[in-house]
Design a protein around this ligand. Structure first.
Ligand code: GDP
Ligand code: IMO
Ligand code: MG
Length: 430
């Protein structure tokens, strides 16, 4: 399986980072195919916590080459800060082990300002974006007015930036937001460009060549299936193709690269969501506090990127089945199973009910109309044992295995991996 796609099966924050880190042990490349620094991927190794926003999580392993694919939108400032953070932690990030696709798009301060202005204008209908300029950067890409990494190589980069800023300032004016100072932005961006130039490459060609040579390429998804621009809970989505097929366009690989690929869906043992949008199995009160955590533990459910408390709820099997279909999942990794210890009984959403009492096992029009449905729950016994020290499937409590088997049956995909704590080694392989 030279191509291995690791994709979030819910609304993001499933634990993709730590699962990518696990599989990267056997990979040559780790390549991000979508999104930007709206992502926050956590890897915990020996008590050291790495929070990665742009650089693929696989680079914590010294033998792995990290790729920022053409499907991404990259804020050069965040990228340079992240490179510095890694270097300070003894992780090399020279052009020898990090590449940026020439076709990846750039996020500028104007995109961030527009993101904030557009959200403010939406008022109560706001999406609750991360404010990182993601939507406006992809808007420019689709409008064919964006700046790409390759523009940083051009002698007239400052002029190109100037055109972009003039257009953005006109738009900001329409929203009543203050304009940016083009001279100041140009100065900082030209300095960023000088530092990033050596990293810009034809990554699609390099990845294709590696796959032909039989090397393992991990494609790391950001966000999750239900935040996909086409297939998610539109309009409460992000602006990129988060699903596994997005790995092909987002890395510049042909369809044949997908033949025999591993498509691993990362599924949190319960459901979380940051920002607005429908969430049928959402819970509140004591149970919510239990699932979310108080914020004292690093793994508690507060946004890696924005620090916002995440909404929490029961695992939604209908949405999981949908994610399995959209991604073509070949297997699952279930994370944070340890958090469910002591919750009795567990509930699992297996179908929906419409207002007139009709039972739905699947979604007639995708997840856009989710808000209309009531979840139909199945109750399963929970368990009391802490799971953090367990490493073998047969050592898991029978009720935990039962819960996992039910998840697997609901979406017809086998469970490959279960994580029982944030540390690299806290994994049960099946
Ligand atoms: P990602 O965006 O999908 O990579 O996920 P995040 O890193 O945003 O959020 C997952 C959080 O859960 C991080 O704080 C991880 O360290 C933590 N985590 C991952 N797997 C486990 C697990 O099995 N148990 C516990 N307790 N925490 C986990
Ligand atoms: P990772 O990769 C969870 C959410 C935002 C908002 C919506 C649109 O860590 O799983 P955007 O800034 O992308 O325009 O915001 O998408 N969102 C995420 N939620 N995890 C993420 O990334 C997310 N990236 C964006 O909260 O609801
Ligand atoms: Mg995250």
């Amino acid at each position: 399986m030279p191509l291995q796609v690791i994709v979030g099966a819910q609304w993001g924050d499933e634990g993709k980072g730590r699962i990518v880190d696990w599989f990267a042990a056997g990979a040559r490349y780790a390549a991000r195919y979508n999104g930007g620094d709206n992502a926050g991927h956590t890897v915990t190794v020996g008590g050291r916590i790495f929070k990665l926003h742009l650089i693929p999580s696989g680079v914590i392993h010294p033998h792995v080459i990290g790729v920022l694919g053409n499907g991404m939108v990259i804020n050069p400032q965040t990228l340079l800060e992240e490179m510095e953070m890694l270097a300070e932690n003894g992780i090399e990030v020279s052009p020898r082990r990090l590449r940026i696709s020439f076709a990846a798009h750039l996020i500028t301060p104007a995109h961030k300002a527009l993101d904030r202005a557009i959200e403010a204008a939406r008022g109560r209908a706001e999406i609750g974006t991360t404010g990182r300029g993601i939507g406006p950067a992809y808007t420019d890409k689709a409008a064919r007015t964006g700046l790409r990494a390759a523009d940083m190589l051009a002698p007239d980069f400052a002029d190109r930036l100037g055109v972009h800023l003039a257009a953005a300032n006109r738009l900001l004016g329409l929203y009543g937001a203050p304009p940016l100072d083009p001279a100041a932005v140009c100065e900082t961006f030209c300095a960023y460009a000088e530092r990033l130039k050596p990293y810009i490459a034809d990554t699609a060609f390099e990845l294709e060549t590696a796959l032909r040579a039989g090397e393992v390429v991990l494609a790391e998804g950001a966000q999750g299936t239900l935040l996909d621009l086409d297939h998610g809970t539109y309009p409460f989505v992000t602006s990129s193709s988060t699903v596994a097929p997005g790995a092909l366009t987002g890395l510049g690989l042909g369809l044949t690269a997908a033949a025999g690929a591993r498509v691993l869906g990362v599924v949190k043992a319960f459901q979380t969501r940051v920002g607005a949008g429908p969430f049928p199995t959402e819970v509140s009160g004591e149970l919510a506090e239990r699932l979310r955590g108080s914020g004292k533990n690093p793994w508690d459910e507060f946004g890696t990127t924005t620090g916002r408390p995440r909404r929490v709820g029961w695992l939604d099997g209908v949405l999981l089945r949908y994610a399995a279909r959209l991604n073509g999942l070949t297997e699952l990794a279930v994370t944070k199973l340890d958090i469910l210890t002591g919750i009795q009984p567990l509930r699992l959403c297996v179908a929906y009910q419409t207002a007139d009492g009709q039972r739905l096992d699947d979604l007639p029009f995708g997840p856009a109309d989710l808000g209309k449905y009531q979840p139909v729950y199945e109750e399963l016994p929970g368990w009391e044992e802490p799971l953090g020290e367990l490493r073998r499937w047969r050592d898991l409590p029978a009720a935990a295995r039962g819960y996992l088997e039910r998840i697997s049956a609901l979406c017809n995909a086998p469970i490959r991996l279960v994580s029982v704590g944030p540390e690299r080694e806290q994994v049960v392989e099946k």
